[in-house]
Design a protein around this ligand. Structure first.
Ligand code: AMP
Length: 502
């Protein structure tokens, strides 16, 4: 059996109905059981008479019911908004308002207190109200499948809308060019609110494979995680390179212990050559796939099989060739093709590009465009193309990646500035070998403030509004912000001054 995310129907129902569809952190469901539960949840949704195309928030962590709820929403063309429990409640409420959420399906062990109509895991319905008028565009010809919220530079999260046609372009690619089959067991660990997880979630449902969900407690305990992969015959590892790098410090992480793992699929941040090499050494015969792309273009747009030859041939790690039907363009400002010496902004044009940010017309006009009928997105990433392969050369703005998580530094700065007693603030990244290792919040306090109390107030505010991975590793108090020749805050001087004191 499989769940066709494009047509929103279960198909090939006679094929292996007793095979596992989902191993949740709490329970496992065969395809037959999964089908039954999705249908029951879809019937319940139908009975609620939500407005067509109304977004539904799904909160939880790695429970099997989260996947059931997602499939049920897809069946009725309601885009779902995945909200991992790590997202603080204040931010969740802001997302409800931005999206005009009509219903919350709460699968978490500790349900959120909200005035919103809520459906809890056990089928209990708590009637409440809908949020706002509903700002989500309703397109019957290309309904939205999901909306994922990412960090926004102004302090408000941005809702990236992914439509059926974008999901279809993505799935046609992953189910043809990645070498997957219905026998695969896709190992998930990324939170569902991070679009990396769409790789294994959508591909597994669409191809009729098995989805192996692992909660944060399991992945934090390497012995437990390795045992679970062994017991469930995990075959496709999907993560950020940082997550795999951490596992490379575990001696049991090798083909002898994990003989069923055949593919390592990466996205979300730069894959160091050393990580790829060490994986190929530890798992001989496995495939290491590097892929690149922002949430705004449905998970990923380019793919390269990182073989020993690729590692040998290129000094830099390629991020791959564009998927069929999409184009990657890198031009310098004067229109010449970008080169390694002179990288250009990466533009993505194709069906996998999002229809835009939710209720954010100004940003949509800046970032999205249409070229000859195809959607396009200005990524803000820089790179060049060589031998038909894209190479990534970082960004020039305030968006950074920390352990694969996407962070707009302005989002953190805005929270620090909101604290009483802060005269000025800026969040800056500390880098090592090109990768961000830590974020430091620099703060100029108002006169007479106690630094310890102010630090606690800032951390409290950030912890209330932002996910844990956005909390600065340190808050550093300064008397004044240094200014450079252009009369801008001298960020380098701030960082140098900070490092000098350590
Ligand atoms: P997200 O929207 O969280 O998936 O983050 C997308 C951003 O992550 C991209 O715009 C890039 O800046 C970065 N990124 C994604 N994949 C790669 C990769 N393979 N190598 C380097 N950077 C990447």
């Amino acid at each position: 059996m499989r769940f066709n995310i494009i047509t929103a129907r279960f198909e090939e129902e006679d094929r292996a109905p007793g095979k596992w569809a989902v191993h949740g952190s709490d329970r496992s469901l065969t395809w037959q059981e999964f089908h039954k539960e999705v249908q029951a949840m879809a019937d319940l949704l139908h009975g609620l008479h939500l407005p067509a195309g109304a977004p539904v928030a799904i909160r939880g962590h790695k429970q099997a019911s989260v996947v059931v709820a997602m499939a049920a929403c897809i069946m009725h063309n309601h885009p779902y908004i995945p909200l991992d429990i790590m997202i603080p409640e204040d931010r969740v409420r802001r997302i409800f308002n931005i999206a005009g959420v009509q219903l919350l399906i709460d699968c978490s062990d500790v349900p959120l207190e909200t005035e919103l109509t809520t459906l809890q895991d056990k089928g209990t319905l708590k009637h409440g109200k809908a949020m706002g008028a509903g700002s989500t565009p309703v397109r019957t010809d290309d309904p939205l499948r999901y909306i994922i919220f990412t960090s926004g530079s102004t302090g408000d999260p941005k809702g990236v809308c992914i439509s059926r046609s974008a999901a279809a372009a993505f799935l046609h690619w992953t189910c043809s060019d990645f070498g997957f089959s219905a026998d695969d067991v896709f190992i998930n660990q990324a939170p569902f609110s991070f679009d990396l997880s769409v790789y294994e979630l959508f591909t597994s449902l669409y191809i009729g494979g098995t989805l192996l969900l692992n909660d944060a407690e399991t992945t934090a305990d390497s012995q437990r995680f390795i045992r679970r992969i062994q017991e469930r015959n995990g075959s496709v590892w999907v993560s950020t390179p940082t997550f795999a790098y951490l596992y490379l410090t575990e001696p049991k992480f090798n083909a002898g212990q994990l003989p069923t793992v055949k593919t390592f699929l990466f996205c979300g941040e730069a894959l160091p050559k050393m990580t790829a090499q060490r994986l190929l050494d530890r798992f001989p015969g496995s495939r290491v796939l590097n892929t690149y792309g922002p949430t705004e273009a449905t998970v990923a747009t380019s793919l390269v099989d990182v073989t020993a030859e690729v590692l040998d041939k290129y000094a830099d790690m390629p991020v791959g060739a564009a998927m069929p039907g999409s184009r990657l363009i890198t031009h310098t400002e004067d229109g010449a093709p970008a080169t390694k010496e002179l990288p250009g902004e990466i533009l993505i044009i194709g069906d996998n590009v999002s229809t835009g940010y939710l209720a954010n017309e100004a940003l949509n006009a800046e970032k999205f465009f249409v070229e000859r009928g195809k959607r396009g997105f200005r990524t803000g990433d820089f790179g060049w193309i060589e031998d038909g392969l894209l190479f990534f050369n970082g960004r020039r703005d305030e968006q950074v990646k920390l352990n694969g998580f996407r962070i707009e530094l302005g989002d953190i700065t805005a929270q620090m500035l909101a604290v009483d007693g802060v005269a000025d603030a800026i969040a800056l990244p500390l880098r090592s070998g090109g990768a961000v290792k830590r974020i430091v919040g620099f703060v100029r306090p108002l006169a007479g403030r106690n630094n310890t109390e102010l630090r606690n107030a800032i951390l409290l505010q950030i912890g209330k509004e932002l996910p844990h991975y956005m909390i600065p590793g340190d808050i550093s108090f300064v008397d004044a912000f240094p200014v450079n020749n252009n009369h801008k805050t001298d960020r380098k001087a701030l960082i140098d001054g900070y490092l000098a004191q350590l």
